[in-house]
Design a protein around this ligand. Structure first.
Ligand code: NAD
Length: 498
């Protein structure tokens, strides 16, 4: 099916969907061992979309056992890389063939505009699978510079059983950033999607099987973090735990690894990224557009959201006026309307969190200059206006904590040194934007900023060729690019006397 364009097309497709809420273990859809389930509610209108099984420790045991068995069998782990590549490419193709259905499921489940799910999430998810598949038969080992009578081989091996725990903001895409290199490298995976957005991961499992991923190599366990998530993190037979989510849970996972089998733990966690606009920015109009998009795209539910807007004093008033005009173009609307740029927040709990931060901003003395309200209540869904606070200083709660909603804080600064000090004064270190026409200032800023990605005269650039991840409490390790394979392979040295 081609790209559905009108709201009625999407509604028609939605009416024809059969939504699957079961776990996927060893190549089959199954109920949870304990028979538990929960309602999967759409934030668009409060409708129950499906009953989804709530997995627990027994399901984690079943899935890990299936993953282990498939790994040891060699059906995937010992397949020639070129053969794994072919399956991965087929998997990517199937994601593309089913892009309308998957984009719609994503939107119904977590509220983002379907036009973005279809044009951003789905192509990027397929690209992640394809890129990793294409890379895997081009990764060579090394030979050590040994003495004449020895050979030292340095090779990479798949690690074994990977547990992947992912969040709800880009559910399919975050899963594919993990699955791409994990599967391409020959591991077996147990994927736990967020309880707030499990539907695309569940659907994707069947497509992986159709592509030729052997039974047991990809398992999907829907359910809650404190139940099945914790069981996977504490599991004695999981070799590697890869995670995208909050810093709070990331910390907990390191403890679980220490308490169990010292499994490797790779964390992509939260952010509070500064977007720094100098008075000599080459195009303030472009910077204002990007600043609005950096906080309103995906309803601000983005780890790299440019939530601290640092503006140099001489341009402050002019620039804030430009940002206000741009932000006004992001009024929330129905996520199935093709023109909608800002959809629903993921659920009522997230709404309360965001409204709580908006109240805290006002209480701490920041000036609310735009937005701040829940809207579209009559839909039964959860929508909040993009919100702008001026007069924020970096010690305020809204400047220190990740809000994960469309709430932008303007912090004024004078000169490069102050910009660096404010930008780096955060427990997070995920990303930063810098706007300046001065090349040497751009480079000096890029070197000084303590974060994993720096964007100059743009915000949120990048593709599969660039690694993505954080400094400080934004996590460790990198997704995307060849660096991602570090998470999914062990390095072995083999020393041979000849
Ligand atoms: P979260 O930490 O609440 O949940 C993430 C996942 O962890 C979910 O699947 C959840 O069920 C699971 N979980 C929760 N408690 C657990 C426990 N005790 N044991 C095991 N698993 C547990 O995060 P979220 O609210 O789903 O997502 C938002 C967060 O994700 C934000 O902090 C955001 O910055 C972060 N994020 C980071 C990146 C990145 O690449 N750095 C990308 C996207 C999102």
């Amino acid at each position: 099916m081609g790209i559905a364009k009108k709201r009625s097309d999407w509604e028609h497709l939605a009416a024809s969907l059969t939504i699957n809420g079961r776990a996927f273990i060893n190549g089959s859809y199954v109920e949870a061992a304990g028979g538990d389930s929960f309602d999967c509610i759409s934030p668009i209108d409060g409708r129950v979309l499906a009953k989804v099984v709530s997995c627990g420790p027994e399901d984690a045991d079943r899935a890990v056992a299936a993953a282990r068995e498939s790994f040891e069998s060699g059906s995937w782990s010992r397949l020639a890389p070129v053969k794994r590549k072919q399956v991965m490419l087929r998997f990517a193709e199937l994601l593309e063939t089913h892009a309308d259905e998957l984009a719609l499921l994503e939107t119904l489940d977590m509220g983002k505009p379907v036009s973005h799910a279809r044009s951003v999430d789905l192509p990027a998810a397929a690209r992640a699978i394809r890129w990793s598949g294409e890379a895997i038969d081009k990764l060579y080992g090394e030979l050590a510079p040994t003495a004449h009578n020895e050979i030292g081989m340095i090779t990479r091996e798949p690690i074994g059983v990977v547990a992947a725990i992912v969040p709800w903001n880009f559910p399919l895409l975050m899963a594919c950033w993990k699955l791409g290199p994990a599967l391409a490298a020959g591991n077996s995976v147990v994927l736990k999607p967020s309880e707030k957005s499990p539907l695309t991961a569940i659907r994707m499992a069947a497509l992986a099987k159709e592509a030729g991923i052997p039974d047991g190599v990809l398992n999907v366990l829907p359910g809650f973090g404190h139940l099945v998530g914790e069981a996977l993190a504490l599991h004695m037979d999981v070799d590697t735990l890869v995670f995208t989510g909050s810093t709070r849970v990331a910390r907990q996972l390191m403890i679980y690894a220490g308490r169990s089998n010292m499994k490797r733990v790779w964390l992509e966690a939260g952010g509070k990224s500064p977007n720094i606009v100098f008075a000599d920015a080459p195009d303030l109009g472009l910077a204002a557009r990007a600043a609005a998009e950096a906080i309103a795209f995906n309803q601000g539910e983005v780890c790299t959201a440019g939530s601290r807007l640092l503006v140099e004093s001489p341009i402050r008033d002019q620039f804030i006026a430009q940002v206000r005009a741009e932000l006004a173009k992001w009024q929330p609307g129905h996520p199935l309307e093709p023109e909608t740029r800002c959809g629903a927040l993921v659920d009522r709990q997230q709404l309360q969190t965001v409204l709580g931060y908006i109240a805290a901003g006002s209480e701490e003395g920041a000036t609310l200059v735009q937005g701040g309200n829940q809207v579209l209540q009559s839909t039964g869904g959860v929508y909040v206006e993009p919100t702008l606070f001026d007069g924020v200083h970096n010690q305020m709660k809204i400047a220190r904590e990740e809000i994960f909603g469309p709430v932008l804080s303007v912090i004024e600064f004078d000169g490069m040194e102050q910009a660096i000090a404010i930008a780096n004064d955060s427990i997070y270190g995920l990303a930063a934007g810098v706007w300046t026409a001065d090349l040497s200032k751009a480079h000096r800023m890029a070197k000084a900023l303590r974060c994993g990605s720096v964007w100059v005269n743009q915000y949120d650039g990048g593709d599969m060729t660039a690694p993505f991840g954080g400094f400080k409490q934004s996590g460790n390790g990198r997704d995307k690019s060849l660096h991602a394979f570090d998470k999914y392979t062990e390095i072995k040295a083999t020393w041979i006397a000849i």
